[in-house]
Design a protein around this ligand. Structure first.
Ligand code: ASP
Length: 438
């Protein structure tokens, strides 16, 4: 067995958390490759080391004195080293960092030091080999992650190493200049390493026991999702559910490596399994509910629209010409509705309406704002009769007016539109129908 384990910032925020992590790693021989994040918050008002580094470097870049800020960062690491009673000094590392900050080594370089230094500590504590991610994770000149080159370099390197720590979040261009992924990117590194060693499982350790069926800020104590497919996860993540970085599933998805989301503070929980495909039925007909507020519906009417070739294209052209992407487009016989993000659309609405008139000659265009969309996602819906009926009756009972219905052709989801103000009540009603009353 070969397991890649990634630990998030809150799992490595201080020495106590480090001890939990090492206990987890030692509990299973197969946990051979470890990807640490930078130290996260120790308490809710605390600052993540990555954020401290951004602030510190911004000062360096504008030639302000950053010594105090850097000393604060060093203190965070020293606390961990002391708490673990390690015979390790980061003095030389901090001298190099200070010099590079003075030479304006770049924001990416600055941010990456969070995981780099945590990786050094972790490797020392575990007695695993340390591999600088800049040597094995490659970006091309345009700043895109170079998956194939990385996989070649990384798999060759790791073939010879039984156990290693590889810091998350960054890599480098061909010329060695450091580049980070977007925020939360250590999740991606874990996935890249899992692919390179063809791991049996990629464990992603965080501070929750997996994905929840609904947002806990809306539904009290929601159930944990035991198993979710990559496709279901994409649907839910797109609608705003976030535990894992969006791009983290791609390296492992096509090579069949499952991801297991686990809780460092409750290692006995099974967490959530993210898999390519499964015959395991989800406990409920639905796997999860997620949604977003802040949409606008642009309703376009035209008699005999259904027989006019190219009508839809002309309407969408009006959005494209104004640089606006659309989210959903349900249609009727003589009507078509385009859902867009209100904040992107608001400034340009009159330009878009004028363009629709010019390009498509509709009878009427009407705009409705302050709408929310909710996705009800589940692989079980396909084989269960009456799901839509239950969903709509739940909303009717909660007195909610449904403004839009859109069922994906995969029957993996039903997306509904409601008023922003009905958003929370709608999610609660759907949850209680499908989960509470089973
Ligand atoms: N430390 C980085 C961040 O805060 C990357 C990560 O934690 O995944 O975004």
């Amino acid at each position: 067995m070969n397991t890649v384990v990634k630990f998030g910032g809150s799992s490595l925020a201080n020495a106590e958390q480090f001890k939990k992590v090492v206990e987890i790693i030692h509990a299973d021989e197969a946990r051979r490759y470890v990807i640490p994040s930078a130290p996260g918050k120790r308490f809710s008002a605390d600052m993540k080391v990555t954020d401290m580094l951004y602030v510190c470097y911004a000062k360096a870049k504008s030639e302000k004195d950053f010594k105090k800020d850097l000393a604060e960062i060093k203190k965070r690491y020293q606390e961990i080293i002391d708490g673990l009673e390690l015979d390790l000094s980061l003095d030389d590392e901090f001298k190099i960092i200070e010099k590079n900050f003075n030479n304006h080594a770049g924001t990416s370089y600055a941010a990456s030091r969070g995981e780099y230094l945590n990786g050094i500590i972790m490797a020392k504590y575990l007695n695993y080999e340390f591999i600088d991610a800049a040597e094995v994770i490659r970006f091309d000149e345009d700043g895109h992650f170079n998956a194939e080159t990385t996989n070649r370099i990384l798999s060759a390197r790791l073939e010879e190493i039984e156990r290693a720590v590889i810091p998350g979040f960054y890599g480098a261009y061909e010329n060695g200049k450091v580049k980070t992924f977007s925020r939360g990117g250590s999740d991606i590194t874990g996935s890249i390493v899992a692919r390179a060693v063809m791991a049996d499982v990629y464990e992603n350790w965080t501070d929750v026991s997996g994905f929840l069926v609904a947002d806990p800020r809306i539904v009290e104590n929601p159930e944990v999702i035991e198993t979710i497919t990559y496709r279901e996860l994409r649907e839910l993540a797109y609608m705003g559910a976030s535990v894992l970085h969006e791009e983290a599933i791609f390296p492992v998805r096509y090579v069949g490596i499952p991801i297991n989301i686990r809780n460092t503070n409750q290692p006995e929980d099974n967490g959530t399994w993210i898999v390519e495909s499964t015959c395991q039925k989800s406990r409920y007909v639905i796997t999860g509910i997620a949604g977003k507020k802040g949409f606008c519906a642009v309703n376009v009417d035209k008699d005999l629209m259904n027989s006019e070739i190219g009508f839809g294209r002309k309407v969408l052209q009006a959005f494209e010409d104004n640089g606006i992407s659309f989210e959903h487009m349900p249609s009727g016989i003589d009507t078509l509705t385009v859902f867009v993000h209100q904040d992107e659309f608001a400034d340009k609405e009159q330009k878009v309406v004028a363009a629709i008139h010019r390009l498509a000659h509709p009878d009427h265009v009407e705009i409705e704002g302050d709408l929310a969309t909710i996705a009800v996602v589940g692989r079980g819906m396909k084989s269960t009769r009456g799901t839509a009926g239950r969903l709509f009756s739940a909303l009717t009972h909660a007195n909610i007016n449904i403004r839009m219905i859109d069922q994906g052709s995969s029957e993996l989801n039903i997306i509904i539109g409601v008023a922003n103000e009905d958003f929370e009540t709608a999610i609660q009603a759907i949850y209680s129908t499908f989960v509470d009353t089973v």
